[in-house]
Design a binder for this molecule. Sequence first.
Ligand code: UD1
Length: 360
Amino acid sequence: MSALVLHVTGARPNFPKAAPVIAALERRGVRQLLVHTGQHYDRNMSEVFFQELGLPEPDLNLGIGSGSHAAQTAAMMTALETVFLEERPDLVVVYGDVNSTLAAALVASKLGIRVAHVEAGLRSFDWTMPEEVNRVVTDRLSDVLLVTSADALVHLAREGVDPDRLHFVGNPMIDTLLRLRDRFDGSRVVAELSLPTTYAVATLHRPGNVDDPTTLARMVTALREVGDRIDVVLPVHPRGRQQLAASGLFDHPRVHATDPLGYLEFLGLVEGSTLVVTDSGGIQEETTVLGVPCLTLRPNTERPVTITHGTNRLVTTEDLTQHVDAVLAGGGPAHGLVPPLWDGAAGERIADIVVAGLPG
Ligand code: UD1
């Protein structure tokens, strides 16, 4: 039997990263299985992405769903252990920094199965973020560390990772963006909300921003002040939906809530926007490539290349409107450079490395 590569995905940000890797391995004739943990399960958090990105149907959906970090991760681990024991993959590929990533890396490494981590080495150095824990532990357990930016190489070298395990491959999420850019289309949302040509897109879902009522109140005040200046569209992640609705944010006549959007509509909306306000990780990268100013409502970022090269800037609730005013006056974040190897060929590079490491 030929070697088997098993991919584990589960949450929305995994899907655009996995799609080009799976496609490139398919082109090389590699036997693959795609396992979906079910961490995200709403149609517009998962299924829509599979359709739009041309991902194959998962071979298995574990249906784990939501829960506390411990309950969710433990349930994923138990289910994945059974799958890995049955399928005996030669390599498990994990993506990004979500709980599905960590669960798969832990189970595979304890079964002696090699782990490849796509998007290794990113560090916010903020241990209050669950994703930082997931990143550090996953990297420690990984045999093949596939890196999207040069800063990640520095972090991993400092942590003592054997240089032979490190590969600077570029950013597969950007492969997906470049491949599908022609099909981005935000026009339905623009029409439904009667948006003017100048509008902003906002996203807010990080636990550090929406779970604590005092912090949320500050976020809401700041976003309402943005709404005083420019129409704001906010596709609402299920996390924080109730809190945001109850906060009165959407009573503002120029702050418009929508359901979570699919990939093509969301990026169409972003591409057509004047600026983005976000606490997401991936959107910092997407705006950098699209050349849209991005104001990130966080004290830190694990993606500093989006600041040094791209259009990203870290902001606080206190200085957000000042930054919005600067962008509206034409003084948005400078640069506008695309980081090295964010060129649409990361999936191919990853596939070459994966194939070279498979048993003959
Ligand atoms: C997860 C990732 C985060 C990523 C985000 C993108 C972790 C630790 N966090 O956060 O890094 O930025 O995905 O979306 O893995 N829910 C639904 N329907 C769904 C999925 C979730 O209603 O399809 C609700 C549930 O109430 C759930 C909550 O959202 O409890 C949080 O979901 P969860 O997967 O635990 O974390 P995210 O906040 O989505």
